[in-house]
Design a binder for this molecule. Structure first.
Ligand SMILES: Nc1ncnc2c1ncn2[C@@H]1O[C@H](COP(=O)(O)OP(=O)(O)OP(=O)(O)O)[C@@H](O)[C@H]1O
Ligand SMILES: [Mg+2]
Length: 448
């Protein structure tokens, strides 16, 4: 059997099953109690009569016995159908009166006290066996049409009340679950009206605690969604803006070259300039891609062992020719092996970006130092220079995307440090920048 999918129907059905079982068992119990109330006094009365008769038999007063038996049998309190029979120890009937049912004519002497209902002469009867004791036993029966009628009425009353109770409870359950689910329906309807453009809207508080909790959880999800979408929109706008500048520069340079007099030297200059712009464009596109993939958690395998000291040396070796060209000393301090787990390409990118900054944002001839060491179980990479430093304002913004310091002429896109921060964070580390105007800049990367 398939359960209904509606929560309301399920809850109501469950409630009905449980309350139905309870009501049914209560009704059965009540039925037994009512039968007890009807039969117990009657049985006691019949026992008493049989006992009176047997007392007469035992005391030897047999002459008055038949009169008493007839007197008891003709007593009309229980209708016309009453019979009495007194039996001796030898099984012989000592006295008898009233319409003894046919099937009891040759019955054995009763041995146990027992009351049974049977039909005789087309009449419902209650027959009591009074067991043999001191040479006397008895059987007394009465017409019980009235009692059966009372019992039937009581049973009908019990059945009707049970049914009505069940119906009332079912209706109540349906009402309660309807009210509870209606609130959820309203919540769903309200959520359905929220579009991408209206993510700033929030759901109103609800009456019931559970639905209210659901609404506040959804509100938190909406807030996160809103901030993610806003962030994405801003990022896309910034990226488009940043791409426009090198494209415009490239176009302008090409136009100048084509529009001028045909001169090989001018063409060459134009092409060199254009190449520079395309390099810048390529770098920008690559940075944007890396940034978004690191942010989305789509980093390269992170469980590789990475030798930071080797990476630092590699970067220093690669940049040494540029350092010489710029007449600056490039110091490398990587005395011992330092390993971390992570993505080697990304970590190399961090070191490269930091050294690139030191080269690009300090005048030629300024010393740059790169060091790597282990400190309290944490790998630390330091890149420092004795350049002009950064203003406190520039320091605050340094890690924001597309944030370039004021007066920066390096031609960068302002993504370098933002990318460094994302990569370091993805490795569970921290990056810290300290700079002082006129004294230099020091960037420290900690990796677990
Ligand atoms: N060593 C440094 N000395 C002085 N200023 C620095 C130094 N490093 C970074 N900055 C400042 O911080 C800003 C942000 O640096 P970031 O690396 O994010 O961008 P960028 O170098 O301008 O561009 P990109 O790295 O994307 O080519 C720089 O524009 C520069 O003003
Ligand atoms: Mg940079």
């Amino acid at each position: 059997m398939r359960l209904p999918r509606s929560l309301r129907a399920r809850l109501t059905a469950l409630f009905l099953i449980i309350s139905g079982a309870t009501i049914l068992s209560t009704a059965l119990l009540m039925n037994r109690v009512v039968a007890q109330v009807v039969w117990a006094p009657l049985d006691a009365e019949l026992v008493e009569e049989a006992e009176t008769l047997c007392t007469l038999v035992r005391s030897g007063h047999l002459e008055g016995l038949q009169t008493t038996v007839v007197g008891i049998a003709t007593e009309k309190q229980h209708g016309p159908g009453k019979f009495v029979r007194v039996i001796g120890g030898d099984g012989k009937v000592i006295a008898e009166a009233g319409p003894v049912p046919h099937e009891l004519r040759n019955a054995a002497v009763p041995r146990i006290k027992q009351a049974t209902n049977l039909r005789a002469h087309d009449m419902p009867m209650r027959v009591l066996n009074y067991p043999l004791h001191d040479d006397c036993a008895g059987v007394v029966g009465v017409d019980v049409r009235r009692q059966l009628m009372t019992l039937a009425k009581a049973r009908i009353a019990i059945a009707i009340s049970a049914l009505m109770l069940l119906l009332a409870l079912g209706g109540l359950a349906w009402l309660v679950t309807s009210r509870a689910t209606a609130e959820m329906d309203r919540l769903a309807a309200e959520i359905a009206t929220i579009e991408a453009g209206s993510l700033g809207r929030r759901l109103v508080p609800r009456r019931t605690l559970e639905v209210d909790r659901l609404a506040s959880v959804l509100n938190r999800v909406l807030a996160r969604l809103e901030s993610a979408v806003t962030h994405l929109q801003r990022f896309t706008a910034d990226a488009a803006h940043e791409l426009r500048t090198p494209v415009a520069a490239l176009r302008a340079r090409l136009e100048v070259a084509i529009g001028g007099p045909p001169d090989v030297g001018a063409y060459r200059d134009g092409l060199v300039d254009s190449l520079e712009q395309t390099e810048r464009l390529g770098r920008l596109a690559e940075d944007l891609l890396t940034l978004s993939s690191v942010e989305a958690g789509g980093t390269m395998p992170r469980d590789e062992e990475v030798r930071l000291d080797l990476i630092v040396r590699e970067v220093v070796d690669a940049l040494e020719p540029i350092a010489q060209e710029q007449g600056r000393a490039l110091e490398c301090d990587a005395p011992a092996p330092v390993s971390v787990r992570g993505a080697p390409q990304l970590l190399k990118r961090v070191v490269l970006n930091l050294v690139d900054n030191a080269f690009r944002h300090t005048p030629a001839g300024v010393l740059v130092r790169v060091a790597v060491a282990r400190r309290d179980g944490v790998a630390v990479v330091v890149v420092e220079d004795h350049g002009p430093g950064m203003s406190p304002e520039d320091q605050d913004n340094a890690f924001r995307r597309f944030a370039r310091g004021r007066g920066t002429t390096g031609g960068g896109s302002g993504l370098g440090l933002a990318l460094c921060r994302e990569i370091v964070a993805a490795h569970g580390g921290r990056i810290h920048l300290a700079s002082e105007l006129g004294r230099g800049t020091r960037v420290e990367v900690e990796l677990p």
